[in-house]
Design a protein around this ligand. Structure first.
Ligand SMILES: Cc1cc2nc3c(=O)[nH]c(=O)nc-3n(C[C@H](O)[C@H](O)[C@H](O)COP(=O)(O)O)c2cc1C
Length: 166
């Protein structure tokens, strides 16, 4: 799949098949994350790959907006050290992982991180050092009914582009 196709066909997937994702593919996704743009090349990120069903369930219990994590094959938690641009960097890494997952025919959904009340509890559950902030949790799995995935309403290109100035 070429890059543009992966970007354009990516959808948030919240229902997954009961099928494991091979570890080498999970590492490949993190590899995509670490190649994201990062201000001043600081690379403040760390990634925790969770595949243990009990831990996945606990993450889902903590995140009321991420209950579907319990049915995922894996969840990658993205953490960053609190550098000047940690949030931008962590989000860039997260998006890279989503697009790479799509290219591997793996469904994914971004679950919010540090702005949520559960961020500290998630950090504790995953044993994160205090200096790290939870940026996102990425639920991953082979999609149920991949062909039936709904495209979220997108604002048209025409409405968004302004050539040279507004
Ligand atoms: C910063 C951020 C936080 C998000 N948090 C959640 C979340 O907590 N739970 C969830 O189900 N989806 C979450 N999403 C996914 C969005 O709901 C989704 O991207 C949006 O509805 C557009 O749909 P699409 O990804 O299929 O294009 C989040 C996305 C972003 C960028």
């Amino acid at each position: 799949m070429d890059t543009f196709e992966a970007i354009k066909t990516r959808r948030s997937v919240r229902v997954f098949k009961d099928k494991a994702i091979p570890n080498d593919i999970l590492e490949k996704l993190v590899d995509a994350g670490r190649f994201a743009a990062t201000a001043r090349n600081v690379q403040p990120w760390k990634f925790v790959i969770v595949t243990d069903k009990v831990t996945l369930r606990k993450l889902a219990e903590l995140a009321e907006n991420g209950r579907f994590i319990s049915g995922s094959a894996a969840c990658i938690a993205v953490f960053c050290e609190e550098t000047k641009y940690y949030l931008e960097d962590g989000c860039a890494a997260t998006q890279n992982i989503l697009v790479a997952a799509c290219a591997e025919k793996i469904g994914s959904c971004w679950v919010a991180g540090e702005k949520k009340p559960y961020a500290q509890a998630v950090s504790k559950l995953l044993g994160a050092p205090n200096k790290l902030k939870l940026i996102s949790m990425i639920a991953l799995g082979y999609p149920e009914e991949a062909d039936a995935l709904k495209v979220a309403d997108k604002i048209s290109l025409k409405e968004l582009i302004h050539w040279e100035k507004f």
